[in-house]
Design a protein around this ligand. Structure first.
Ligand SMILES: Cc1ncc(C[n+]2csc(CCOP(=O)(O)OP(=O)(O)O)c2C)c(N)n1
Ligand code: SF4
Ligand SMILES: [Mg+2]
Length: 309
């Protein structure tokens, strides 16, 4: 029986006190524990940013990659060894700024993996510039003037790109985040989880108090759970185009709800063939065994060279 300590490392953590990233790393460890996934069967990859340090603190395979490049690396790992549980993590700048092209094209593939976006509205590591998710007109304490560009809606972008599981959670609601991560990991296909993350050092707008609704006359929390409202984003039969389209449309509409009320939970879910399954159908050698088990060094490639000569 694996215990929480099996998912922890001894690496010193230098995130700022109160950073929402602590909630995310705790939720990841608790999800892996709940699922009893063995650390050597997990690949956890990150981009660059404060969020990029996450794999340092989780005992699993994986690494801290390059800014905006976590998704190609996670894709390579999953294709080489489909038996791995692959989780990619990264910041909103990492995934929706420099890595936006990879975000879109990875969604189109429907690889069986999970992508966790640390959505804090700022470039935390580089001292708080506006990230692509910061709405137009807002000015955090780290900015000299309000943003004059529109913010990206990550949920809408994920749905438009083809992710087949699209959800949102909150870094400071570890119970909800754990349940959402588990559902994302269990989903067969590309799962995207937009995690609203507080950055107390640079983002003084989307704070813990703001999410709790302290500034509202009602004092009611901004975040509410989709699953408690009767909303159902699951496509029962993906072969029925009208159903798929209407579920995507509902999810898009919901994703633009942002203000006094902000939905969290599963916006969209659909089970269709994964990229790996389709690839294995096309390449018989992969059906037999994964890339990682092929002896590529002693393989005789002379028939292939003769064919190309
Ligand atoms: C190619 C490249 N460009 C720019 C940088 C500088 N840089 C490092 S982290 C970062 C942004 C981090 O913001 P985000 O991805 O939102 O992560 P956070 O720190 O907020 O978790 C930038 C621009 C870099 N490391 N590499
Ligand atoms: S700068 Fe923000 S995101 Fe980075 S560790 Fe500090 S609080 Fe967290
Ligand atoms: Mg960020």
């Amino acid at each position: 029986m694996l215990e929480l300590k099996n998912y922890r490392t001894q690496v010193h953590n230098d995130w700022c006190p109160g950073c929402g990233d602590f909630g995310i790393v705790n939720a990841i460890q608790m999800t892996l524990l709940e699922m009893q996934l063995e650390p050597h069967r997990i690949g956890l990859f990150s981009g660059i940013g404060c969020s990029g340090k996450t794999p340092h603190f989780v005992n699993a395979y994986g690494f801290h990659t390059l800014h905006g490049r976590v998704l190609p690396i996670a894709t390579g790992a999953k294709l080489a060894n489909p038996s791995l549980t692959v989780i990619a993590v990264g910041g909103d700048g990492d995934g929706l700024g420099i890595g936006a092209g990879h975000f879109v094209n990875t969604g189109r593939r429907n690889l069986d993996f999970t992508y966790v976006l640390h959505d804090n509205g700022v470039y935390g590591l580089t001292k708080g510039q506006a990230s692509p998710t910061l709405p137009k007109g807002l000015k955090t304490k780290s900015m000299p003037a309000p943003s004059i560009v529109e913010g990206i809606n990550p949920i809408a972008m994920a749905i438009a790109s083809g992710y087949t599981f699209v959800a949102r959670s909150y870094a400071l609601d570890v119970r909800h985040l754990k349940a959402t991560l588990r559902a994302a990991i269990e989903h067969r296909g590309s799962a995207f989880v937009d995690v609203l993350q507080t950055c107390p050092t640079y983002n003084d707008i989307n704070t813990k108090e703001w999410y709790a609704g302290d500034d509202l006359p009602s004092k009611a929390p901004r975040l509410y759970k989709l699953e408690e409202t009767g909303y159902d984003g699951r496509v029962a039969d993906p072969t029925v185009r009208d159903e798929t389209n209407s579920k995507k449309g509902n999810a898009l509409l919901k994703s633009f709800e942002w203000g006094e009320k902000i939905p969290i939970g599963v916006f969209f879910k659909m089970e269709v063939a994964t990229f790996e399954d389709q690839l294995a159908n096309r390449m018989p050698a992969l059906k037999e065994k994964p890339f990682v088990e092929h002896d590529i060094y002693s393989r005789d490639i002379s028939p292939l060279l003769d064919e190309l000569a």
